[in-house]
Design a protein around this ligand. Structure first.
Ligand code: ADP
Length: 407
């Protein structure tokens, strides 16, 4: 058994899980929040017991040191060398990575170059990589990219109908994100349905604060709703999703907003928050809608419409669908969103079992439904651990082969 740590570093957060591999049991899982702000917090769970602490940390480096203290004092490890590999979630792998990769100087340089495409996300991932490579220098380090799963998209899907030279010069194309979770739920769906993944057409609806949908045929991503950046596609918590691009220069001319202010407006002030003017948190918007707040009702209708449009489009593209999966915060917990989406898909013969929908699944279709409907909790950390295990074992085997040859 080997201990593998999965790290998901955000701009002010750091999620972690340590797994025993290959049996995939979780030794500890938790999250640091509000890093770099007042009163940062860490909460973690060991053997079902949750702990909350207020660590004296200022940045990600302090958080990594504190995490190592947590691992030692709780005897998750008694020696840091027991962690054989660390896997890092990296948002943007561009066209360079169609699989996860063992981190070396070249890979780190490529991730650095990709910061231009993901200025909000890749720098946090790099910070996590550098911090843990220093703290755990003997552990194999692996990068797991949100974009890799979508590298199977065909050119007619990933290209935008703009001058082709923009792709050739600047790599402007659809990359897609949330790939780690879309891939995970597809493989879980095949297990739940007891059918080979290669024979299935699946639509994965990852509905969280950030939301995207993926069409998966034979285990491969064939289309997805996010694009060049995670701003495209569905309506999200604070992101607009896809809008007519002419709106941006129009507003700039009218208001004198700068391009950075416009990007803030579309990334941070739009979506559920922008329409409801209440919150980006779906629970708050749902509560307000129940109290007949009209803007909250409108926001939810718009959210559901966009999901419906996208699912319908992907059914057409794949020529049918075997299973629709709901995952991530809203997908896993909001019975009313699932009900609204499925009722829009009645034309496909999709029928909801109301009782199991209220209980959050995993199977939420009736026996006579023509489409399987599933709720599968997101588990990006497990996918990170699986890839990290696979690649670190491969590297260990190569190293021992080299040593044998030398001997
Ligand atoms: P992120 O994209 O940040 O990882 P999550 O997958 O955690 O987001 O999803 C967060 C969203 O899930 C929030 O909008 C939150 O309101 C919503 N959510 C969480 N629990 C529930 C619930 N019980 N009912 C409805 N929405 C929920």
């Amino acid at each position: 058994m080997k201990k593998i740590m999965a790290i998901n570093a955000g701009s002010s957060s750091l999620k972690f899980k340590v797994f025993n591999m290959p049996d995939e049991s979780i030794l500890i899982g938790g999250v640091f929040e509000r890093i770099g702000f007042d009163a940062p917090e860490v909460s973690y769970k060991i053997n079902g017991f949750r702990q909350k602490e207020k660590p004296p940390i200022h940045d990600h480096r302090d958080a990594a040191d504190y995490l190592i203290e947590i691992l030692l004092k709780n005897h998750i490890v008694d020696d840091l060398n027991e962690i054989s590999a660390v896997g890092h979630r990296i948002t943007h792998g561009g066209s360079d990575f169609s699989d996860s990769a063992v981190l070396d100087r070249t890979v780190i340089q490529k991730i650095e170059n990709l910061c231009e495409l993901a200025p909000l996300h890749n720098p946090a991932g790099l910070l996590g990589i550098r911090t843990f490579m220093k703290r755990l220098p003997k552990a194999c380090a692996v990068a797991v990219f949100d974009t890799s799963f979508h590298q199977t998209l065909a050119p007619e899907t990933y290209l935008y109908p703009v001058p082709l030279k923009l792709y050739n010069q600047y790599h402007i194309r659809k990359y897609g994100f949330h790939g780690t979770n879309h891939q995970y739920v597809a493989s879980e769906a095949a297990l739940l349905l007891e059918k080979p993944l290669k024979d299935l057409k699946i639509i994965s609806c990852h509905l969280g604060n950030g939301s995207s949908i993926c069409a998966i045929q034979g285990g491969k991503s064939v289309n997805t709703s996010m694009g060049f950046t995670p701003l495209a596609g569905l309506m999200m918590g604070t992101r607009s999703g896809t809008v007519d691009p002419s709106i941006i220069p129009f507003i700039m001319k009218k208001t004198g907003h700068t391009i950075d202010e416009m990007m803030d407006m579309f990334n941070k002030e739009s979506g559920l928050l922008g329409i409801s003017e209440i919150s980006n948190d779906f629970r708050d918007v749902e509560l307000a809608a129940k109290a007949h707040n009209e803007q909250a009702e409108l926001a939810i209708k718009m959210f559901v419409n966009r999901v419906t449009e996208c699912v319908g489009g992907y059914v057409a593209l794949m020529g049918g669908v075997d299973a629709i999966v709901f995952t991530a915060g809203i997908g896993e917990h909001s019975a009313s969103v699932r009900q609204a989406v499925v009722s829009n898909l009645a034309y496909l013969g999709a029928k909801l079992d109301f009782q199991s929908n209220e209980e959050n699944g995993p199977y939420i279709h009736t026996p006579d439904s023509k489409v399987s409907l599933l709720v599968i909790p997101a588990n990006e950390e497990l996918m990170i651990a699986r890839d990290t295990w696979r690649l670190s074992e491969g590297q260990a085997a190569r190293l021992s082969e080299k040593q044998t040859v030398r001997v």
